[in-house]
Design a protein around this ligand. Structure first.
Ligand SMILES: O=P(O)(O)OC[C@H]1O[C@H](OP(=O)(O)OP(=O)(O)O)[C@H](O)[C@@H]1O
Ligand SMILES: O=c1cc[nH]c(=O)[nH]1
Ligand SMILES: [Mg+2]
Length: 232
């Protein structure tokens, strides 16, 4: 894990050849959606493992079949709420809960409109109770303009105040990190790699293209169904 000195509380895993090898497969344009999803699950699993190094554990007495000894029990690991930003955070979340297996999981459906406004449409949100001892992990593989995550975090404000707010992404762009840090300075951000910049259409360079389409296929129909309103 490497601190990015441009911001407080921002880290990448560019010092991990294994994670960067996995990211390189995702970037490769010929990688199909099966391999793409598997790569995201793998990144989630190992980034989750790295994240546990920032969490509190306590020493506990345990009895082996032969004698008493001292072991560790994760305190924070039991108090995790993961927010999955549709679509492409699904495989990343699947990886994270392999390490953070007692996590509760919330879903937010968010979609970014075209340049130059990049309007965010949030259609659906379902979030379990947020406790004050929780580590709130918001996962979304791509942090481009940051607009999606900012909209999600504004919405989550009414859910309560957790112990930590952590963003887990795969690729970040400096523009998006600046925007998030400006509005939510306390948020910790962990990405596999910080990339160079955004192009005019808001895609990250060098990036990996449209992550949702690469994981799940390019949509031919995108609409808000009327029966999705006012669900309890
Ligand atoms: O930082 P931003 O500029 O807001 O862009 C990042 C967002 O773009 C992608 O989602 P997209 O809107 O393409 O939805 P999808 O996952 O359904 O393709 C990605 O998963 C992020 O949520
Ligand atoms: O590069 C980008 C930017 C936003 N969303 C993506 O899927 N890719
Ligand atoms: Mg997309």
């Amino acid at each position: 894990m490497k601190k990015d000195t441009r911001w407080e509380g921002v880290y990448s895993f560019e010092d991990s050849p294994f994670l960067i090898e996995t990211l390189s497969d995702l970037r490769e344009q010929d990688t199909d959606n099966i391999a793409f999803r598997k790569g995201l699950v793998r990144l989630g699993r190992y980034m989750g493992y790295e994240l546990t190094k920032t969490m509190d554990f306590e020493e506990v007495e345990i009895e082996t079949p032969l004698e008493a000894t001292i072991g560790l029990k994760g305190k924070d690991r039991k108090n995790v709420l993961i927010i999955t930003v549709l679509r492409v955070a699904i495989p990343l979340m699947e990886g994270l809960i392999k390490t953070l297996e007692s996590a509760r999981v919330g879903i937010v459906s968010a979609s970014r409109g075209p340049a130059p406004d990049f309007d965010i449409k949030m259609d659906y949100i379902k979030v379990p109770k947020l406790k004050e001892e929780d580590t709130l992990i918001i996962c979304d593989p791509m942090i481009a303009t940051g607009s999606t995550l900012i909209s999600v975090m504004r919405e989550l404000k009414s859910c309560g105040m957790p112990k930590r707010v952590v963003v887990v992404g795969v690729i970040g762009a400096p523009e998006g990190i600046d925007a998030i840090k400006k509005e939510f300075p306390e948020t910790e951000i962990y990405v596999t790699k910080m990339d160079r910049e955004l192009n005019k259409k808001g895609y990250i360079l060098p990036g990996l293209g449209d992550a949702g389409d690469r994981a799940f296929g390019e949509p031919v129909k995108v609409s808000l169904l009327p029966q999705m309103h006012n669900l309890e």
